[in-house]
Write a protein that binds this ligand. Sequence first.
Ligand SMILES: C[S@@+](CC[C@H](N)C(=O)[O-])C[C@H]1O[C@@H](n2cnc3c(N)ncnc32)[C@H](O)[C@@H]1O
Length: 262
Amino acid sequence: MDHGEVWRIWNLHANAWTKLARAGYDVYRDYLNTPAFFALLPDVGGLSGLHIGCGEGHNTRLLAKRGARVTAVDIAEAFIVHSREAETQEPLGIDYRVASAVELPYADATFDFATGFMSFMDIPEIARVLAEAHRVLKPGGFLQFSIAHPCFDTPHRRNLRDANGLTYAIEIGDYFRPLEGAISEWLFSAAPSHVKHGLPQFKTPRFNRTVSQWLNLLIDTGLMLERVEEPRPSDATVLACPGVQDAQVVAYFLHLRVRKPK
Ligand SMILES: C[S@@+](CC[C@H](N)C(=O)[O-])C[C@H]1O[C@@H](n2cnc3c(N)ncnc32)[C@H](O)[C@@H]1O
């Protein structure tokens, strides 16, 4: 499977994804991943940034609200339609384009920083994505991205729950088995069944890599590791959103910041 095939799948799901995410059902994003990502992000006020794999633009808008001049790309034009609609309703100066992370339509050394929120593990040609991010960054610029945690979002995964339905452990396995586009079928677990009723399941392709593969890809691209985080929801967050309780047991997500040398 290449990025062209991945495009077809994401484009197909973009409308339902946007509807559910904007209704507040992407709870791991809203309660955990996005706050942790922005806590890790350096000050981007006045900087020019490229958001790679922007989806419906939720996190793109938050980047712009931090004072960055933001350009954003996604391979799925249906997502870009929703992003541009939001930009029309609330103009933030964001320039959205349909483009693949594998072939970024920008000159070398254009941006001060680049971001990817939960999109890089969805792209088969990840070495090319990192090379492209490196190319369009100015010397000294940084790339920050989040991915499903390679150690805990493994091909085999099962939540083990106690009598109260609380997760106390995650059974994991097949860490080393490459999936290369195996399809996961799912919908946002926080969406109630009457909302999910009639919606086809997302069928998203998975391209898992081990921790050493990710780190060696970054090293081989010439990007210097600067910061690593594994977000964990606080007890207060779990009280506000019980659906993310299992993310207290293991790290579901991995956030990395790397820098292009000067
Ligand atoms: C899990 S969604 C995340 C969307 C968004 N970043 C968010 O956090 O809500 C993954 C996104 O990556 C995009 N994507 C997949 N392959 C891509 C590629 N080669 N180039 C650009 N975007 C891509 C998909 O279309 C989708 O919008």
